[in-house]
Design a protein around this ligand. Structure first.
Ligand code: ATP
Length: 203
């Protein structure tokens, strides 16, 4: 893949909103969360390896990963977390690359919530795009959308890099601190730039 973009942002920053706007302009989207989720759905391709490693007790009756039980285990056992990630990460890499390989758009946008945190994504994409907004805005959006308390939202945010760290790791930024209308010119400008870069690198 000559040119690709990794889109990231904190919880509630507007990643999905912004990614969908790029998609409407013609970019191909690869949702890494959705791909990761599918690996551990019923008959997901990571399930045999996970059950061989952790035992059949980690499957739901439908054959999906028992997420609550696994979350509890990895929360208290860093070794178990590492073993789970050892199973999932190569498969996520492979599945996201396969999705990108069959994409038909002029360029691919990988949507990766924890891109800055993960380390390996940086080498896989040409540009890193951060969706940015003030922390207060993140808190307000996620409280409204997920019916969570401010404390619960701030606890999730505490497990992510800070706004400043994310901005420092980004090549491009979409500022999402206003209405949806303010996103359009920013997305259009970046899409034009990405189209030109994709064409230049393909030549
Ligand atoms: P998550 O990390 O939780 O998946 P996200 O970064 O993908 O979130 P979105 O789902 O796009 O963020 O946006 C979070 C919420 O805020 C949604 O309910 C969305 O409709 C709303 N939202 C996002 N941007 C704006 C905006 N500019 N104006 C009004 N509402 C917005």
């Amino acid at each position: 893949l000559a040119f690709s973009v990794g889109l990231t942002g904190g919880i509630g920053s507007g990643k999905t909103t912004v990614a969908d706007m790029f998609g409407a302009l013609g970019a191909s989207l690869v949702d890494t969360d959705a791909i990761a989720h599918a690996l551990t759905a019923p008959h997901g391709s990571a399930m045999p390896a996970i059950l061989a490693e952790f035992g059949d007790g980690f499957a739901t009756p439908e054959g999906a990963l028992d997420r609550a039980k696994m979350r509890e285990l990895v929360f208290t056992d860093p070794g178990a977390r590492a073993r789970l990630e050892g199973i999932l990460h190569p498969r996520i890499r492979e599945a996201t690359a396969a999705a990108a390989a069959i994409a038909t758009g002029p360029y691919v946008i990988f949507v990766v919530p924890l891109l800055i945190e993960s380390g390996t994504w940086r080498e896989r994409v040409t540009r890193i795009l951060a969706v940015d907004c003030p922390e207060e805005t993140q808190v307000a959006r996620v409280m409204a959308r997920n019916n969570l308390s401010e404390t619960q939202v701030r606890a999730i945010m505490a497990a992510q890099v800070t706004r400043a760290q994310r901005l420092a790791g980004a090549d491009d930024v979409v500022l999402n601190d206003d209405g949806l209308a303010a996103l359009t010119p920013q997305v259009e400008r970046l899409h034009a730039f990405y189209m030109a870069e994709a064409a230049r690198l393909a030549a």
